[in-house]
Ligand binder design. Structure first.
Ligand code: ADP
Ligand code: MG
Length: 690
């Protein structure tokens, strides 16, 4: 494989090879998969008069005026004109000879991003070329690729390297295996691997420039497809391997299950019963369960998780329940503590905030075999050891990295035996993500809301009309209804949020003196919080002013009105979660989204979606379109979602093609599967132990 060695290339010595290795590039073939991040279009000139801020453009014109603007950081300001308009160039770093070059009368061709400056449009530090008085320099005939890079490795280096790699490919000194099935390429009319790589690295002059820049060119689709397939396969394989391990068969049906069900103030919905049965069936097997439970806000996932937990405990085994945030985990703690108290079962709590003696005690209880353990990622730390962990319940697992989930699983590892896994998604995951992040899990859907839930009528109202809104709230409360007034701030800090909520509460109770106004926020101690919530539940409080702490878990069926302040600042899933707190009782419910103008286009779209839909799945899909997957997932570092070419939004229409191909490859072409994973995901053996 000497031909594939990096140091075979001109200009690559041990030092550059070492740096490339650091970027995961070990061979000449790897270089070919180091793909341009974007393209610069220097194939055309734009008229200055037609430019607008934010676009990247190439322009040509004559210097009308150039001057050094004095100041703490002197800058060189060059005014350029092309007859259709003017634009200034601004340089913060410049040399004397540059000043001479850019003097009045000079002709320049510039490329850069157009920004709105003090005196109209400008480009800051554009790349530029000086032209002779009558010089006609041809424009580039093709797009210029821009490679992702690190400091000290210029674009010129990447061009030289990829040029050589492409040459070897062309001369067949290097061969790359075609890993996509022929039938897929034909069905989707996609080019072969070699052709696609040539197009992407060096788009030919006649290539569809627009498609390439938008990343919708068939060559890009082809690579995106391959990348998505590789990620899908790697997740499937990981889960498949786990499923082949042994697990404790949790067969004993203890009386605590029936006792728990009898104590509930409601009967399970049909969907809940079905899902619980699926979980219990999986858990009686001698291989680990790997099941995702999916359901809209308020569909009642928690009670389902509780029944799975009781099955483990009834078999003398431990269950760990983890959630990605303190507040979500705390909510589980509260609910489970209430539910399990009559069963003489007290959950152990562990989060980052538990320290000192409390932590020592918690760790001792966990090591000693306490049945139910609830917490945050603190449970995944090395210092936490279980006695016999047989079930892991992960809420919103997409917010955890794969490696974090694996760390928790290892705590239940015993020889070849692994814990059962139940994964819950509180935010409905868009189908597109389900196909990647959750590939290879078995899925149960709670597709029925508890009886009596009604769609919530939603309106968006400008905050200038606050008074009218609050009067309507007062009127409704006097008819016996109850309402939430949710205060939101961008600041994460509990204290700032609490203060804002306090102000709103005192303002509202002054103006609506006929109402009993309560206040709840994250700064209250747990018993205080509980007292307020109990009073609201008992109907002693009409209007509850709250921060977003009520986003999770609060359940007061008589509350049928919700006002959300600064709704324009919240994401769709958060709005949907909040709104899910009403619409649970007999009365028709409404939600008012108060917004403060001016409001951006995307924020406006979000409010519109909320007004028109009550369907969590639909809302989640729109959310993905508006924000992109990184944001929806709450983290960009979830390794499996960092793609080199693929984009889950743009390529959503390709995703449905992937599962059948993945299944076929796994069943019939295991070697190809390994090659795909090696090419796109890296070392497939990284989670081999789990
Ligand atoms: P989510 O699926 O959003 O996590 P929860 O588990 O928090 O939903 O349930 C929402 C609320 O509905 C809770 O207060 C819960 O007690 C209640 N609930 C759950 N199942 C039922 C049911 N079958 N009938 C009535 N209420 C239910
Ligand atoms: Mg929940």
């Amino acid at each position: 494989m000497a031909a594939d060695e990096l140091q075979q290339l001109n200009g690559v010595g041990p030092s550059l090879a070492g740096r490339l290795n650091g970027l995961g590039i070990h061979t000449v073939s790897d270089l070919l998969f180091h793909l341009p991040l974007r393209y610069e279009d220097r194939t055309r000139l734009s008229a200055m008069g037609s430019l607008s801020a934010g676009e990247t453009a190439q322009i040509e014109g004559e210097v009308e005026h150039a001057a050094v603007i004095p100041g703490r950081r002197p800058s060189l300001l060059v005014m350029l004109s092309d007859g259709t308009g003017r634009l200034s160039l601004r340089f913060f770093h410049f040399r004397a000879h540059q000043r001479q070059q850019l003097a009045r009368g000079a002709r320049l061709r510039c490329f850069g991003e157009v920004r709105a400056g003090f005196r109209g449009l400008e480009m800051v530090h554009p790349s530029y070329l000086r032209l002779g008085p009558d010089e006609q320099k041809p424009l580039a005939d093709r797009l210029s690729p821009i490679y992702p890079t690190t400091e000290g490795l210029g674009q010129g280096t990447w061009i030289k390297l990829t040029d050589q790699a492409l040459n070897r490919l062309r001369k067949e000194q290097l061969t790359l295996r075609e890993l996509l099935p022929e039938s897929m390429l034909q069905d989707l009319r996609l080019p072969g691997l070699t052709a696609a790589l040539h197009t992407i690295h060096r788009p030919p002059p006649d290539a569809d420039v627009h498609a390439l820049v938008q990343r919708t060119h068939p060559a890009q689709h082809r690579l995106a497809m391959e990348e998505l397939l590789a990620h899908n396969l790697s997740m499937r394989l990981l889960h498949q391997r786990q499923r082949q391990r042994q697990a404790r068969a949790l067969e004993q049906v203890s009386t605590i299950e029936a006792q728990f069900l009898q104590g509930l103030p409601f009967a399970l919905t049909g969907a809940q019963q079905r899902v619980v049965a699926e979980l219990h069936r999986d858990m009686t097997r001698t291989h680990p369960m790997l099941r995702l439970v999916h359901g809209d806000v308020g569909s009642g996932k928690t009670v389902v998780a509780a029944l799975a937990a009781l099955r483990a405990v009834g078999n003398g085994q431990q269950v760990a329940i983890v959630a990605p945030t303190e507040i979500l985990a705390e909510q589980h703690l509260r609910v489970f503590s209430d539910w399990f108290a009559p069963l003489d079962l007290k959950p152990i709590w562990l989060s980052g905030k538990v320290t000192g003696k409390a932590r020592t005690e918690a760790l001792a209880a966990i090591a000693g075999g306490a049945g139910v353990v609830i917490g945050t990622h603190a449970l995944m730390q090395d210092s936490v050891a279980f006695k016999n962990l047989s079930l892991v319940i992960v809420d919103e697992q997409h917010r955890f990295g794969v490696d974090q989930r694996m760390a928790l699983l290892r705590k239940g590892q015993d020889g070849n035996t692994r814990p059962h896994q139940l994964i819950m998604t509180a935010t409905p995951i868009p189908r597109t993500l389900a196909m990647t992040a959750y590939a290879g899990l078995e899925v149960s859907v709670i597709d029925e809301l508890p009886a009596g839930r009604k769609p919530v009528k939603t309106a968006a109202i400008a905050s200038e009309r606050r008074e009218t809104v609050s009067e309507r709230v007062a009127a409704a409360c006097q008819q016996g209804r109850q309402a939430y007034w949710v205060c939101t701030l961008i600041e994460e800090s509990d204290s700032v949020q609490a203060k804002a909520a306090e102000e709103v509460a005192s303002d509202l109770s002054r103006r609506l003196s006929q109402l009993r106004v309560g206040l709840v926020h994250g700064r209250l101690k747990a018993p205080e919080k509980q007292a307020v919530m109990d009073a609201f539940k008992a109907g002693v409080i009409d209007l509850l002013v709250a921060t977003t702490v009520i986003e999770v878990g609060v359940d007061v069926p008589n509350a049928s009105l919700m006002i959300i302040e600064n709704a324009e600042r919240l994401g769709l899933s958060q709005l949907h979660q909040l709104r899910g707190r009403v619409g649970r009782g007999a009365a028709e419910s409404s939600c008012v989204l108060l917004f403060t103008s001016p409001i951006g286009k995307i924020a406006r779209q979000r409010l519109d979606i909320m007004r028109h839909s009550n369907d969590g799945f639909e809302i989640a899909e729109k959310d993905l379109e508006l924000r992109g997957p990184g944001e929806v997932l709450g983290t960009r570092q979830t390794g499996m979602l960092q793609f080199r070419v693929a984009d889950l939004v743009r390529d959503a229409h390709l995703l449905q093609r992937i599962p059948p191909v993945a299944e076929d490859l796994l069943a019939h072409h295991p070697a190809q599967v390994q090659a795909l994973i090696r090419r796109w995901v890296g070392d497939a053996a990284q989670f081999a132990g789990v």
